[in-house]
Design a protein around this ligand. Structure first.
Ligand SMILES: [Zn+2]
Length: 138
């Protein structure tokens, strides 16, 4: 997965995300069109592990916008972003981050991530990415 362009990155406090995007206090980052520019927001004060996986998750949404069908299910969109973050955590040997993703019980992240893991076991990493680039749900 390669990015030809990059989004704007803004480090903000949690209250800004809650107030601006009506997010829960447990939201670490968000990808959004903001003031007519694609922007990744990440909150300040989080661990380096959490920053890595949050940025991977949000950058995946940026990539999905350019490479995937427009009307994908939320389960596929969020599950794929979690799965990519998990791949990064595994590659960077961040066991706490990997555990955090595996233990996340929030939907549609949990079921989407589990389905992506099943897809990976059937098709491999490249096969799973290729499939996600063409399907609308998982
Ligand atoms: Zn997301």
């Amino acid at each position: 997965m390669k990015l030809k362009e990059k989004p704007r990155l803004k480090v903000v406090d949690s209250r800004f995300l809650q107030k601006t995007f009506n997010c829960s206090p447990y939201t670490w980052g968000i990808y959004a069109d903001f003031q007519e520019e694609e922007t990744i927001f990440i909150i300040s004060g989080i661990s380096l592990d959490k920053a890595h996986t949050t940025l991977a998750h949000e950058l995946t949404h940026f990539w999905q916008k350019r490479n995937c069908p427009q009307e994908q299910s939320l389960e596929l969109i969020e599950g794929f972003a979690e799965w990519v973050a998990y791949q990064l955590a595994a590659d960077q040997k961040l066991p706490r981050a990997m555990l955090g993703i595996r233990r996340n019980g929030e939907e549609p992240y949990r079921s989407g991530f589990q389905k992506l893991c099943l897809l990976e076991s059937r098709l491999g990493v490249k096969g799973a990415i290729k499939k996600v680039k063409t399907c609308k749900s998982i």
